[in-house]
Design a protein around this ligand. Sequence first.
Ligand code: RIB
Length: 332
Amino acid sequence: MKNKAVTIKDVARRSGVSIATVSQILNGNGDKFSPTTVEKVEAAKADLHYEPDYFAQRMINKKSKTIGVLVPDITNPFFSELIRGIEDVLYQANFITMLCNADLNEAKEQVYLSELSRRGVDGFIIASSAVSNQAITDILRRKQHPFIVLDQKKAEGVSDAVLTDDYAGGRQAAQHLQSLGHQEVAVLMPAHAAANIQKRLAGFYSVYDQANVHVIATALSKKAGREAVPAVMATPATAIFAVSDQIAFGVYLGLAENGRQIPQDYSVIGYDDVEMCQYVVPQLTTIAQPIFELGQTTAKQLLARIAEPTLPWQEQQLAVKLVERASTNNLK
Ligand code: RIB
């Protein structure tokens, strides 16, 4: 014989209180009742192995305990580490992380924003620059959805944001290469770079004269880094600043394929400090972003916004630092 599903009525009968009382207590409003009543209801729930229906509960308290996270490229280890940081905080706060990989595709991002909104997520974390400000206004602001931007998405002064100091990062990379005697440097970065990456270039230019910097358009990928090597070799550069570690890993292969050695022929510096930097030969010198902490800080700030929707906008900036390994060297 099939077991009859336990319902809220059974819990009410067992604990000797009304269905409304059980519903209130199981939906987080236990403070309205005496501790004895709450205990009786909790005990009945446990004895009967009652699991409140998620959707019914959502109808009552209008909370999904879910946060939508939009990233541009989940295959990039920077974003997986970032998501781990986000998830670390959300998990501890009993929230579920709903991940959407946007592939730098504006149409896809828009669909994700609308669908997440329709599914009633409690907040949004947006790390992708392809999300247009129009979509943010139409889908998030009008519906008063809490959200926070970071990394590639600019805050524009009208939302919470967590940033890292990209200008200082670009500057530190340049100072390091200059201190090693490199006069001419190739910078590998996307042609239509997001604001954070443009700031890295601005920081770089605060040290090097633009005439000595050879900017080569490269997507944020290993493949693009590898393919950019012939263009680098056509310049007088003796050092390469890759604006992400992924690009730098591609450069490693590209240089090897062209019979060049790191750091004897070219010094290479990356950006991010993903774990892989320690597992390539030579180990990659890079500008470290506090990636896990960036995720944690962002999630905490969003939870604070959900709890206090009227807080003034907050913008936090985390520091970056040079991690010197074996891929950069003095010019011979
Ligand atoms: O590797 C991904 C890069 O793009 C990182 O530097 C990150 O900051 C991003 O915008």
